[in-house]
Design a protein around this ligand. Structure first.
Ligand SMILES: [Zn+2]
Length: 395
């Protein structure tokens, strides 16, 4: 059913709260009938959200949540980590994921789960010892360090729990990396323009886990921190950006370069660990890169079944990202496309049809269209048209 067959498969991503509020069987029926979906991708772990929902009758109209797990975890699976799973508050004691899995089976829809890995306000605020820490020792309010052993064990347990307890055809994981560089991602304002290199330096994690583990592998983490501090202090004092590009800095400062490269290996190693724990296909969202999130997708692709890549706006700019993903993955069979059907990325049905047909014509066989609960209802028909054209293109 999933990915490898010759026929083009269209998934629609959904949030569990939308399925519950509108009726699980009703929504699944609409996705199959009105959107022509072959499957659904439900978010099972996510960060904080605030969404204005367009569908008539949903209540509350604005859905807000601190995020967390969107299902009831099997607590025993998490015994080896100090991170206690946080279940999203809106679920209380319920577990609609089980009913969604049954509904999908009944309707012949393939089921996927989407995990947002290290981006979690719920966990970072409760367990400060696992949060990413900048060179000044300040904690990231929303991001778990991917090299921290407790974070790694937690994510391993999560993937194992989900892929054991539910009939997922695949788990999609994203943000299993360092946070994207840039002050805004840390929720802080600053006067100084640090420049891309300054933002990059400020984005490097110097938490105790990173320092200890890197030092243990012969990397001089303390010296790397001193280099980063000197450059950042100068930029903050003068208000002038760090002058060199990241590439030039890394080339001229071996210690800093080694430390950053070590971080990249941590991210690849985390995906390898998750692959070992995952009993279904593991798909990794291709977002960020070596410099922005420590994600080396050419290396990561060796440890997953596919890379899920998304075009920038507009949504039909599919070809460049597919080619880039093929360059990373080494083969077309390991590339999937994620497309937003929301405005402004997707202003009309033609854009969506073109996005999926282009993907199909290039040889891609799986697309994930986002996101049911955010889409005006009439756009379900856009998905149906796009899916139909893509199937035709793939025959
Ligand atoms: Zn760290």
């Amino acid at each position: 059913m999933d990915g490898r067959c010759a026929m083009f498969q269209t998934y629609v991503s959904c949030h569990l709260w939308d399925l519950v509020d509108e009726g699980i069987d009703e929504v699944l029926g609409r996705l199959k009938g009105e959107a022509g979906a072959d499957g659904v991708s439900v978010t099972v772990a996510c960060p904080r959200v605030g969404l204005l929902r367009p569908h008539r009758g949903v209540s509350p109209r604005t859905f807000r949540s601190e995020g967390g797990l969107q299902f009831q975890p099997n607590k025993d699976a998490y015994a080896a980590t100090r991170l206690r799973p946080v279940v999203a508050e809106w679920l209380r004691k319920t577990n609609p994921l089980a009913a969604v899995a049954e509904g999908c089976e009944r309707l012949g829809l393939s089921l996927r789960g989407r995990i947002v890995g290290c981006h979690s306000e719920a966990l970072a605020s409760r367990h400060e010892f696992v949060a990413v820490k900048d060179v000044f020792g300040d904690l990231h309010p929303a991001w778990l360090c991917p090299s921290n052993p407790d974070v790694r064990e937690y994510l391993r347990a999560l993937v194992s729990d989900l892929s054991t307890s539910y009939p997922f055809a695949a788990l999609e994981i994203e943000a299993a990396s360092f946070p994207p560089a840039g002050g805004r991602n840390w929720g802080r304002e600053t006067c100084a323009d640090l420049g891309p290199t300054g933002e990059w330096l400020l984005g490097l994690c110097f938490c105790e886990s990173c320092r200890q583990a890197a030092t243990g592998e012969g990397i001089d983490a303390a010296a790397a921190a001193r280099s980063a501090t000197v450059l950042l202090e100068r930029a903050l004092a003068t208000g002038e950006p760090v002058p060199k590009s990241v590439e030039a800095l890394v080339a001229s400062d071996q210690i800093l370069g080694d430390y950053a490269a070590w971080g990249v290996r941590q991210v690849t190693g985390l995906i390898e660990l998750l692959r070992g724990a995952c009993r279904c296909r593991l798909v990794v969202r291709r977002a960020g890169d070596r410099l922005t999130t420590g994600s080396d997708f050419a290396a990561i692709s060796a440890h997953c079944d596919a890379l899920l890549t998304s075009p920038p706006e507009p949504a039909d700019e599919v070809e460049p990202v597919v080619q880039a993903a093929v360059a990373d993955a080494g083969e077309l069979g390991k590339v999937e496309v994620g497309v937003s059907a929301c405005a402004p990325a997707c202003p009309d049905s033609t854009t969506l049809v073109r996005a999926l047909s282009t993907a199909a014509r290039l040889g891609v066989r799986t697309a994930v269209v986002e996101n049911y609960g955010l889409l005006p209802t009439r756009r379900l028909d856009w998905i149906k048209q796009a899916a139909r054209y893509a199937v035709r293109e793939s025959e």
